[in-house]
Design a binder for this molecule. Structure first.
Ligand code: HEM
Length: 477
């Protein structure tokens, strides 16, 4: 009850500000321009609530009602033009840094990052950022982490996935993805220290989704405080690591992402500051945790529901397992053999995409399909305008990994990781995490649903409402 009150309290305080805001907004100066069709919804609240309840329905309803190409709405207190279809995706992905710049809702930035750095978005597009993603998250850089990921997955299965029992998959996957991130990002393995980061982190993930009003007792205020706690903890780690690396006490820069970041120099030979490193780690934690959790849970759900798909994945994964010696960990070469499994994972990402899309800001006024997008408006591309659109994917509800055979889907239609220069830099990390988990699950267990076709709801990502309880049947020897 208290939690619900904290979440909705700001709504009760809003009516007066809504009234003022609506007066200010009516005096806007875009009357002469042909703006995209649509409705901005309630002042301040905009259409946030409808959007968060079901982004998929939100988008498909507006595409049918207003236009299949572009519509306007108001999200995060901003005028927002949603570009739809492959054409809309292509336009946005191709105009990065020309007509559009990165934009994150202020509410999110306030919770996550050190304020001095986030007064502008520059850090998001900086040279550091590009180098960081190239050096830390590229396939080349991640290759050597495959056995580490597999070792942690095995240990996790031994500890938590009990044969012949019913286990809730979602909380287990959450635990795995967070522990893995702590290990790979910062070499934190001690459960007490993992918990110390996890507790404030889960406040942050709850709070960034709440109504962003910074008052006592709100979930948003708790998220801001929790963000401070995480930053303090991370700052300690970064300083300690810098010291160790400077003193050369047996640490090497290949140890984890943190060491790589500490040793990284930009094109002018400058190191990242401690605060920049903290910001990067927080962004990576947040960007990876819910998304990969949802992706892994989604694919396990599909494997449990579709025995014919499970059997094909099982065959592929067993062939890999049988080609290895006892106790050998997975390697990059093994991952490269998991072709059918990756098609299955992609089809699962098409049907249950963990990320809805992303925002940008129009840095100049431009037209699209005959409509004006004024400077300062925000834009949005979304997986929901193509992934289940029958024009892009015939029989869109059918699970069919064969869609990824050959050259695969038409460009700009399958976009779980976005596209263009700002495509998710964690795509490869996510691919490895997904495939390694699929390998570990199917080579151990057959999966039986205990709640057939469990309902999926949106809690930032698609989430099975009961946490996906499955019965685990070990394979006979
Ligand atoms: C299945 C899992 C994942 C999905 C579906 C996903 C999806 C996305 C999407 C759609 C974006 C926005 C792209 C855009 O702005 O147009 C994004 C950004 C980002 N992702 Fe991922 N992601 C996943 C996993 C990860 C992982 C594992 C990491 C890090 C280890 C990561 C790090 C990031 C970062 C840092 C950004 C912001 C990039 C920037 O603005 O420069 N993601 N992701």
């Amino acid at each position: 009850m208290e939690a619900i009150a904290a979440y909705f309290l700001p709504l009760l305080l809003l009516p007066f500000s809504l009234y003022l805001f609506s007066i200010i907004r009516r005096s806007g100066s875009n009357d002469q321009k042909k703006l995209p069709p649509g409705s901005p919804g309630w002042p301040i609240l905009g259409e946030n609530i409808r959007f968060s309840l079901s982004p998929e329905k939100f988008v498909s309803d507006r595409m049918s009602k207003h236009s299949p190409e572009i519509f306007q709405s108001s999200l995060h207190g901003e005028k927002m033009a949603t570009f739809c279809g492959a054409k809309g995706n292509k336009f946005l992905f191709s105009n990065e840094n020309k007509l559009l710049a990165s934009w994150w809702p202020q509410s999110l930035r306030k919770v996550l990052w050190f304020p001095k750095i986030t007064d502008s978005d520059t850090n998001v597009d900086s040279t550091y950022n590009r180098i960081l993603h190239r050096d830390v998250l590229s396939p080349e850089a991640l290759k050597k982490f495959v056995p580490v990921m597999d070792a942690l997955a095995r240990e996790h299965m031994e500890r938590h996935w009990k044969p012949d029992s019913v286990v809730k998959i979602l909380p287990l996957v959450k635990k795995y993805t967070f522990e893995l991130a702590c290990r790979l990002f910062m070499s934190v393995v001690d459960p007490v220290r993992v918990k110390k980061i996890y507790e404030p982190f889960s406040e942050v993930t709850k709070g960034v989704l709440s109504v962003p009003v910074d008052l006592p007792w709100t979930a948003y205020r708790r998220a801001i405080r929790a963000g401070e706690v995480i930053r303090e903890e991370l700052m300690r780690m970064v300083e300690q690591r810098k010291k160790e690396l400077n003193e050369g006490v047996g640490e090497d820069e290949e140890r984890d992402f943190l060491s790589k970041m500490v040793m990284l120099r930009d094109e002018d030979g400058e190191f990242l500051s401690e605060k920049e490193i903290c910001n990067e780690i927080i962004v990576m934690l947040l960007a990876s945790y819910d998304t990969t959790t949802s992706a892994i849970t989604g694919v396990i759900n599909h494997l449990a529901q579709l025995p014919h798909i499970y059997n094909e994945v099982f065959k592929e994964q067993m062939a890999i397992a049988e080609s290895k010696g006892p106790g050998d960990l997975l390697t990059w070469d093994d991952i490269e053999k998991m072709k059918f499994s990756w098609s299955v994972a992609r089809e699962s990402l098409r049907l249950m995409p963990p990320a809805v899309g992303a925002f940008r800001e129009a840095t100049t006024e431009f037209t699209y399909s005959g409509f004006t997008i004024p400077k300062g408006w925000k834009t949005f591309w979304t997986v929901h305008s193509t992934h289940k659109n029958p024009d892009c994917f015939p029989e869109p509800e059918r699970f069919d990994p064969a869609r990824f055979k050959g050259s695969g889907p038409v460009p700009y239609t399958f976009v779980p990781f976005g596209g263009g220069p700002k495509m998710c830099p964690g795509k490869e990390y996510a691919r490895l995490e997904l495939l390694i988990m699929m390998h570990n699950v199917v080579t151990r267990f057959k999966l039986e649903e205990t709640i057939p076709n469990e309902k999926i709801v949106y809690h930032a990502t698609p989430t099975p409402v009961h946490g996906l309880p499955l019965r685990l049947h070990p394979h006979c020897e």
